[in-house]
Ligand binder design. Structure first.
Ligand SMILES: *[C@@H]1O[C@H](CO)[C@@H](O)[C@H](O)[C@H]1NC(C)=O
Ligand SMILES: *[C@@H]1O[C@H](CO)[C@@H](O)[C@H](O)[C@H]1NC(C)=O
Length: 299
């Protein structure tokens, strides 16, 4: 008799517990679905916002001077390897080459010569082809073949050697603006950073020709780096100078990249599709105060 009552009670208890559990599962499911829905809608809205923003800036405002560095007439881009110019500096080069008030020059510090098959001259030709597409004529390009700057893992590029080369070029070409990598060099390639440090050295020592300025290309985190035009709003908010191009112009950069035949490997094809450096470049002036602060923080 007593055991019967217990049995009944036990059954009831398990049933209510089971019900409770089912309700909990149901509620949780609903909650997750709703959240997923909301997140999905938010992401979609953000992507749409990015596309609209990009469209307005690149297509409607594209012709204006907004974001352009004022007062530059003779501009020198300094890169480390042939193909840096279109992998990283494409939008700036393309935009500036279309201006009548800017004359462009490129200094590439190595031929990217890496093996015994004498790829050096091959890559130089590729660089000329690529720049021809981007709008810098062969006569405005210098490729260094300095034995002090070998493309060799065992050799550290001396900043003082680079600084001398840059200074020499700025003086002989009467350059008023140089544009190069920042200290992270976009891809953290040590050669890119060495150019920044050489330039920073020239700034700190006040060795840059009078009235000339130096600008560095912003490096960004990997997520932003590969989000193509979806990075445009953030870039725009965070920087003072920018060059944004239309998708049609971005195809010119892709074409220029193809001119680097020996380098056109699958990962570069992917890069050129997803990279934000194919639609937008943001720049920051290299200033002594910032450099000093940096030194202080690193001490
Ligand atoms: C190339 O350099 C010359 C001067 O040497 C200059 O007149 C010309 O504008 C430059 N080309 C471009 C595309 O900037
Ligand atoms: C320059 O680049 C090469 C690879 O391309 C690297 O092996 C070398 O260490 C670099 N030199 C530096 C950072 O000084």
């Amino acid at each position: 008799m007593i055991s019967d009552i217990w049995c009944e009670l036990y059954e009831k208890l398990t049933i209510t517990l089971k019900d409770q559990f089912d309700i909990l599962v149901e509620e949780t499911k609903k909650y997750f679905l709703e959240s997923a829905n909301q997140i999905g809608i938010t992401i979609l809205a953000y992507l749409l916002f990015c596309i609209t923003f990009y469209y307005v800036i690149a297509y409607l405002k594209g012709g204006s001077d907004y974001g352009h560095i004022k007062n530059m007439k003779r501009v020198l881009f300094v890169t480390a390897h042939p193909d840096d110019e279109c992998m990283f500096f494409g939008p700036a080069i393309l935009k500036l080459s279309q201006r009548s008030d800017c004359e462009l020059f490129l200094l590439c510090l190595s031929t990217g010569f890496r093996n015994k098959y004498n790829q050096g001259s091959l890559r130089k030709n590729e660089l000329w082809d690529s720049c021809d597409i981007l709008g810098i004529p062969e006569g405005n390009i210098t490729v260094c073949q300095n034995s002090l700057l070998p493309d060799d893992p065992a050799v550290h590029w001396k900043e003082s050697v680079i600084a001398d080369i840059i200074l020499h070029h700025m003086e002989s070409l009467m350059i008023d603006t140089i544009i190069t990598f920042d200290k992270f060099g976009v891809s953290r390639h040590a050669n890119h950073s060495s150019i920044f440090y050489a330039t920073a050295y020239l700034c700190m020592e006040k060795k840059l020709p009078e009235n000339s300025k130096a600008y560095a290309l912003d490096s960004i985190n990997i997520l932003r780096k590969y989000s193509s035009l979806f990075d445009v709003p953030i870039s725009y908010l965070l920087s003072s100078y920018w060059y944004i191009i239309t998708l049609k112009q971005a195809r010119i950069i892709q074409k220029a990249m193809k001119a680097h035949k020996t380098q056109y490997a699958w990962f570069r094809k992917l890069f050129i599709i997803f990279s934000r450096y194919v639609v937008i470049n943001t720049l920051k002036e290299i200033e002594i105060v910032d450099l000093e602060l940096d030194l202080l923080l690193n001490e």
